[in-house]
Write a protein that binds this ligand. Sequence first.
Ligand SMILES: [Zn+2]
Length: 305
Amino acid sequence: MKVRLIVLVAVLVSAWSGVANAQSKLNVIATTEDLASIAREVGGDRVTVEAIARGYQDPHFVEAKPSFILKLQKADLLIVVGADLEIGWLPPLVQQSRNGRIQPGAEGYLDASRGVQLLELPTGQITRAMGDVHPLGNPHYWMDPENGKRIAKEVADAFDRLRPGDRAYFDQRVSDFTMRIDGAEKRWLATMAPFKGTKVVTYHRSFPNFAERFGLEIIGYVEPRPGIPPTPQHTLDLINEMKRQNVKIVLVEPYFDLKTPTAIGRETGAQVLVMPPSVGGVKETSDYFALFDYNIKLLVDALKK
Ligand SMILES: [Zn+2]
């Protein structure tokens, strides 16, 4: 009798938790607003999504806050950019959350860099020597909408694993997102086509994927190495190279000081544009589509001058 009662209780509890699971939304934390935007596209009303870093912050250097640990404690899924982008701030937060579901290697940990096209892959020994913050290749890969589609597919696969009952819903949403990106990308490519081969300089190496997709040629960087602030000698060399190649555009991410770029613009006659590499970088870039809409308009308006 006692055994039967225990079995009955066990059956009831598991049935109840099954119902609760089916009804509760998947709690998703993404390290950046770009990943969060794509996760919202795929997850619709079956998920809640929050980002940790804001789009106007340098994603390499985010100040860790106790509130981040609280978010991570409740997460069912953590989506990271990977390729060491968050290496300087995320690992201790994940560890301190003591949430087994989202530890690296667990089912609720998704490293989005695994399924995308990475540029600037290291050829020799992998090293962070001299402070280079891109030791595993360029981690700003979401700036190509083709990678946006790949990220969405990875996110959908993770949602399917964690909520198999909602598989059809997520699969439909990822197809819809892919179709809308394809449509938008045609429009973006057509808008940029007349400016193919335009030479630019960027502050940090945030835009190689964007440049490759949309036909810009990046000839130099304000930073001597990724993550290393400008030096007078490097700036002088860059100015000379820009003059030699007649470069008239400098792109600066919103979180960098404009002093050096402004001086470069003064010396070379180049326009200095603040170009956000992330959703939320400026108020107009409210989602993944708006990020490209805004940046392409910014560039084309400048190039038409
Ligand atoms: Zn970087």
